[in-house]
Ligand binder design. Structure first.
Ligand code: 5GP
Length: 216
C-alpha cells in the first residue's frame, strides 16, 4: 500500500463503500470522479428495469434489463440488495460485488436508502456515506435543470428526498455536495482513512512488524 493512495494489494479482501443521496444531488458524477482518482476503487454497476435516459449506455451506466428478467434474477437470490425506486427496479448483483472484493479491490455501491439498509441487514461490513445537497432549493434547481423528467417525476423525487434525508443518521459519514471538486476530495479522504484503519491495514503492517523482529 503506497502511503499516498492507499493502494490495495492482492490477497486481501476489499472494503465495501455505500454512497446514498437524494436523486439530483450529483452522486453519480461524484463517484465517477472519485474512482478516477483513487486506485483500486471500483463503482458497482447496478441492474435496473428503468429505460435508459438519453446519453446513458447499457453495460456502463447501468445494466438495463427488462422487468421480467429483473424479477427472475431477484427470485433466485442473485441480488445483494434490490429496491423499487420511483416505480423502477434497481439492484446490485451479489456475484459482481463479491468478485471485486475477493480480488482485493474496494467497491462503491451508489444505492438508495432502502438498499443500504438491506446490505447492512445482510451482515456485511460497510462504510456508508450520505451525500447532502447544500439545500432543498439547490436540489430542486438541479432536478429541474436536468429537464429530463416530467414535472410529476420531479415532484415525486423531491418528496422522496425529504424522507431520505431523514435517514442520514444511519450512515457513517456525511458530506455536502456544495462544490464538485471539494466534495470529491472529501470522499477521497474517507476512502483513504478507511484503508488506513488498523483492521484494514493488517496485511501492510504484518511484513513491516516482521522486519522489526528479524535478527540482523
Ligand atoms: P436514477 O434512476 O436517477 O439513476 O436513480 C434513482 C435512484 O435509484 C437513485 O437514488 C439511485 O441511488 C438508486 N439506485 C441506483 N442503483 C441502485 C441499486 O442497485 N440499488 C438500489 N437500492 N438503489 C439504486
Amino acid at each position: 500500500m503506497s502511503s499516498e493512495t492507499g493502494r490495495r494489494g492482492p490477497g486481501r479482501r476489499g472494503l465495501l463503500f455505500i454512497v446514498s443521496a437524494p436523486s439530483g444531488t450529483g452522486k453519480t458524477t461524484l463517484v465517477e470522479r472519485l474512482v478516477e482518482t483513487v486506485p483500486d476503487l471500483v463503482k458497482s454497476r447496478s441492474y435496473t428495469s428503468r429505460p435508459a435516459r438519453a446519453g446513458e449506455r447499457d453495460g456502463l451506466d447501468y445494466n438495463f434489463i427488462t422487468r421480467d428478467r429483473f424479477e427472475a434474477m431477484a427470485a433466485v437470490g442473485e441480488f445483494l440488495e434490490h429496491a423499487d425506486v420511483f416505480g423502477n427496479l434497481y439492484g446490485t448483483r451479489a456475484a459482481d460485488t463479491e468478485a471485486i472484493l475477493a480480488g482485493g479491490r474496494d467497491v462503491v455501491l451508489v444505492i438508495d436508502v432502502q438498499g443500504a439498509r438491506q446490505v447492512r441487514r445482510g451482515g456485511l461490513a460497510t462504510v456508508a456515506v450520505f451525500v447532502l445537497p447544500p439545500s432543498f432549493a439547490v436540489l430542486e434547481r438541479r432536478l429541474r435543470g436536468r429537464s429530463q423528467d416530467a414535472e410529476a417525476v420531479i415532484r415525486r423525487r423531491l418528496e422522496t428526498a425529504r424522507e431520505e434525508v431523514a435517514a442520514f443518521t444511519e450512515y457513517d459519514y456525511l458530506v455536502v455536495n456544495d462544490e464538485l471538486d471539494a466534495c470529491v476530495d472529501r470522499l477521497r479522504g474517507i476512502v483513504l482513512a478507511e484503508r488506513a484503519r488498523l483492521c484494514s491495514a493488517e496485511q501492510v503492517i504484518a511484513p513491516i512488524l516482521e522486519s522489526f523482529h528479524r535478527k540482523t
